[in-house]
Design a binder for this molecule. Structure first.
Ligand code: NAD
Ligand code: ZN
Length: 234
């Protein structure tokens, strides 16, 4: 921890890459954890374009359930520490796979949401994107143009928003420090971002109770929960 902390202190372009594990202690289940289940559906069977085509109301019911859960939770010490770290490091970039908005709620401002936001909807007809925090949401919500609205998130098998992914690779390519927190590293491009930072010569730290496919390229693995470990960097 001491070495990792010194590396962060000496860095000028630090990056944090976060996944569902960073929000787990807030009470938002990860997809691979057991309480991620809803009515016996697996997320892989709901978070897909095919599932939405077949049954938009069902997919929206699941999102409505997730939105409700997220609306009831608060950022945890890991989210708050990351927001504090940003304050002390002007070149800091936070790249997240989370769609819950908790990093922003905790005060982080330079946030790249790779997988979109559960609090935005997007029209499948005209492409209009808008924030919608209605709870419960009318399922499925309909756009002014008559098109069905979908959650503005990236589903399994979909491309990531180009502008966001470009910025994320740029940050990783210029990074001198990268903290990988609470991500299983099996969903792309999380893994590639860590490899890119590695190539760029960044110092890599992983914070996760479990080892992951990314553990092998880390300079330092700190096994533990994000809320216990990340505040130690302050
Ligand atoms: P994942 O569910 O695949 O993996 C979560 C990782 O977090 C695991 O490696 C696990 O060991 C680790 N973890 C669990 N508890 C932790 C803790 N307290 N501290 C640190 N690490 C902990 O998550 P993923 O890799 O982010 O990929 C799943 C995808 O599903 C994401 O891309 C995301 O878009 C979506 N998702 C988002 C949310 C959210 O927004 N909160 C929640 C679930 C899934
Ligand atoms: Zn529309």
């Amino acid at each position: 921890m001491k070495e990792a902390k010194l590396r962060l202190a000496g860095s000028v372009r630090a990056v944090a890459l976060t996944g569902a594990g960073v929000s787990a202690e807030s009470g938002v289940p990860t997809f691979r954890g057991s309480e991620g289940l809803w009515r016996n559906f697996r997320p892989e069977d709901l978070a897909t374009p095919g599932a939405f085509e077949r049954d938009p109301a069902l997919v929206w019911q699941w999102y409505d359930w997730r939105r409700k859960k997220i609306s009831e939770v608060k950022p945890n010490p890991a989210h708050r520490a990351l927001a504090q770290i940003e304050k002390g490091h002007p070149g800091f970039t936070l790249i997240t796979q989370n769609v819950d908005g908790l990093h922003t709620l905790a005060g982080s401002t330079n946030v790249l949401e790779l997988h979109g936001s559960i609090w935005r909807v997007r029209c499948t007809g005209c492409g209009t994107v808008k924030e919608d925090r209605t709870l419960p949401i009318k399922t499925p919500p309909v756009c002014g143009c008559g098109g069905i609205m979908r959650p503005d998130v990236v589903w399994f098998g979909e491309m990531l928003p180009e502008a966001v992914i470009e910025k994320a690779f740029e940050a990783a390519s210029n990074a001198d420090f990268m903290m990988v927190v609470g991500t299983s590293g099996v969903v792309q491009p999380a893994a590639s971002l860590a490899f890119r930072a590695r190539e760029a010569g960044a110092y890599l730290v992983e914070i996760n109770p479990e080892s992951t496919p990314l553990s092998g390229i880390m300079d330092q693995r700190i096994p533990g929960r994000a809320g216990d470990i990340v505040p130690g960097f302050l």
